[in-house]
Design a protein around this ligand. Structure first.
Ligand SMILES: [Zn+2]
Length: 158
């Protein structure tokens, strides 16, 4: 069994996706205060950890890397996500694949979806998604300035 080629999850790519799907359902079913924030962040983190499958174009990266930036550095309130969505709609990123490569990191951090496997409470899910997000964001250190710029642009900040 080969590990997931994107994130390194030992069970392989399919099991990685299955586990992610299960956990997003778990989060939805538990539906605690702020569970949507956790759910949203999970999606963005997973997407940038599996960049080739879910981003692959600036549009995806702006939404998901921008989303992680928004969540970790600005609290992740809903209007920021809407603003990022609008930023994408205003620009041509939709039609622009890389290259030039924006420098997607080969290693996507040491924490994978496996860390959430037995997180059965809202507290554990929240804490572990946060840790996973920070680890993945760190792996994307080279692209953080670009992500911050997208957030600024989206929010209309000078
Ligand atoms: Zn994976």
């Amino acid at each position: 069994m080969n590990p997931c080629p994107r994130c390194g999850f030992t069970g392989g790519r399919t099991a990685c996706q299955d586990l992610f799907n299960d956990i997003t359902l778990r989060v939805r079913a538990m539906a605690w205060t702020d569970s949507m924030k956790t759910w949203r962040l999970m999606h963005d983190v997973y997407d940038i950890q599996h960049e080739e499958d879910f981003c692959g174009r600036y549009r995806g990266l702006v939404m998901h890397l921008g989303g992680v930036c928004w969540a970790l550095e600005h609290g992740g309130a809903e209007p920021g996500y809407r603003a990022l969505q609008k930023l994408i709609e205003r620009n041509l990123w939709d039609h622009e694949p890389y290259p030039p490569s924006p420098g997607i990191p080969a290693s996507r951090g040491s924490i994978t979806i496996a860390a959430l496997k037995d997180a059965e409470t809202p507290e554990l899910l929240t804490v572990r998604v946060d840790k996973w997000a920070r680890s993945t964001w760190q792996a994307y250190a080279a692209l953080q300035p670009m992500a911050r710029q997208w957030v600024k642009q989206a929010m209309g900040w000078k």
